[in-house]
Design a protein around this ligand. Structure first.
Ligand code: GLU
Length: 446
């Protein structure tokens, strides 16, 4: 990083104290940008970097609700509208007890560049609440979502800001949020949220898109080395929407996926994960990964606590959460013969782990490229809503595949153009950044 970038970065750190995940995401992008800044002095003249790090708008609000025992509960809601150079703010809502401004800003910052890489007309934003849906009844989740939307509705809209799901926000929550938005505004504005149910404005393939997309991105990386998923031993972390669909796609391409996890522990299934059983337990019964071990039988071991990254694999797909895979895990995986990593989650590898993978020459697909299939399919959902149309699964999946192949291609080409062939981190950061920067330059000082 050159002196000018360092100075701007340190000023961002100073102005946003304590937001460690945001600092990490900013640092990672800045580390890639020196060659771009050198070629484009106009970016510095227009203070593009300083502006891109400052959200256009940040909303923090109280979310009061009443639990099933009749007790008043208070949570904190967030929506960070980060950048609208390329389109309406777009990005998910995360409901998890760890949510605070630093998490929402890291996610929103990543989202700007991820969304740009999709080539779709969407800006970057993110939101959520420090609410824990785990262990709550459907009625409690509904009351929380209704209260959350009672404040959020005034800030969003199909041309303004289009939230979707993330950790803790799936089809059930999007349904309650959409219902409340419709009731308050008296508008059937389908395009205000994505991840809606099929039959009321949702898109086929949206539920599968993030996991499928991560595997498609990994497949493109493997192709550059003359390899495929066939016969790979794959480790996946997490057991939510992204993980389950990544497992399904990798297995359909001939891989054996041996792991999945949740906050309680992980399983190793040497026979290959039974995806339908996993779906039943996690998505229908909202159960725990330990239940999978009990029901599946002898091929499975369940390890409470511990890390799924202690298991040998040739391909790693971290699909759980930020900073779940550290340098020790990375070193172990490299020893066990790892050849590729694609981040299904947002920033699941620590900076040190990423550096180790890159030094070892491992194929490494950063989240903002590898997991962009989810938000890209959200943009396809918006497109269907705008034209009051509903596409087939095949057509939508074809569009998703094209988008992922294009993202891979443009990251690879940009890395090459800047003298770092095979460096998808640099390729994604530079290409995502310049798409946004050029639009900001054209739109003047706002
Ligand atoms: N939360 C997802 C992400 O990290 C999807 C966002 C969306 O569909 O708007 O990209």
């Amino acid at each position: 990083m050159d002196a000018q970038l360092l100075e701007i970065r340190d000023e961002v750190f100073r102005r946003n104290p304590g937001e460690t995940e945001f600092h990490q995401a900013v640092n990672e992008v800045f580390e890639s940008l020196a060659p771009l800044s050198a070629r484009h002095p106009e970016y510095a003249n227009a203070a593009i970097l300083q502006r891109i790090c400052e959200p256009e708008r940040q909303i923090i609000f109280r979310v009061p609700w009443v639990d099933d025992a009749g007790k008043v509960q208070i949570n904190r809601g967030f929506r960070v509208e980060f950048n609208s150079a390329l389109g309406p703010y777009k990005g998910g809502l995360r409901f998890h007890p760890s949510v605070y401004l630093g998490i929402v800003k890291f996610l929103g910052f990543e989202q700007i560049f991820k969304n740009a890489l999709t080539g779709m007309p969407i800006g970057g934003g993110k939101g959520g609440a420090d609410f824990d849906p785990r262990g709550k009844s459907d009625a409690e989740v509904m009351r929380f979502c209704q209260s959350f939307m009672t404040e959020l509705y005034r800030h969003i809209g199909e041309y303004t800001d289009v939230p979707a799901g993330d950790i803790g926000v799936g089809g059930r929550e999007i349904g309650y949020l959409f219902g409340q938005y419709k009731r308050i505004t008296n508008r059937y504005e389908s395009g205000v949220l994505t991840g809606k149910g099929i039959g009321w404005g949702g898109s086929l393939v949206r539920p599968e898109a993030t996991g499928y997309g991560a595997v498609l991105f990994a497949q493109e990386m493997l192709k550059t080395r003359g390899q495929t998923f066939d016969g790979q031993r794959v480790s996946v972390s997490g057991s939510g929407n992204v993980a389950i669909n990544a497992i399904a796609k990798a297995q359909s391409l001939g891989a054996k996926v041996v792991t999945a996890s949740d906050s309680g522990g992980y399983i190793v299934d040497e026979a290959g994960i039974d995806v339908e059983l996993l779906r039943q337990i996690k998505e229908v019964e909202r159960g725990r990964i330990s239940d999978y071990a009990v029901r599946r039988g002898s091929s499975v071991s369940y390890v409470p606590d511990g890390s799924v990254w202690d298991v040998d694999a040739t391909v790693a797909l971290p699909c759980a959460t930020q900073n779940e895979l550290n340098d020790k895990h990375a070193a172990r995986l490299l020893d066990s013969g790892l050849i590729a990593v694609a981040e299904g989650a947002n920033m699941p590898c620590t900076a040190e782990a990423t550096a180790l993978f890159q030094e070892a020459g491992t194929l490494f697909g950063p989240g903002k490229a590898a997991n962009a299939g989810g938000v890209a399919t959200s943009a396809l959902e918006m497109q269907q809503n705008a034209s009051r149309d509903a596409w087939t699964f095949e057509h939508t999946e074809e569009r998703l595949t094209d988008i992922m192949v294009n993202i891979h291609e443009s990251c690879a080409a940009t890395a090459e153009e800047y003298g770092m062939p095979g460096n998808y981190v640099a390729g994604a950061n530079i290409d995502g950044f310049r798409r946004v920067a050029d639009a900001m330059l054209a739109q003047g000082l706002i």
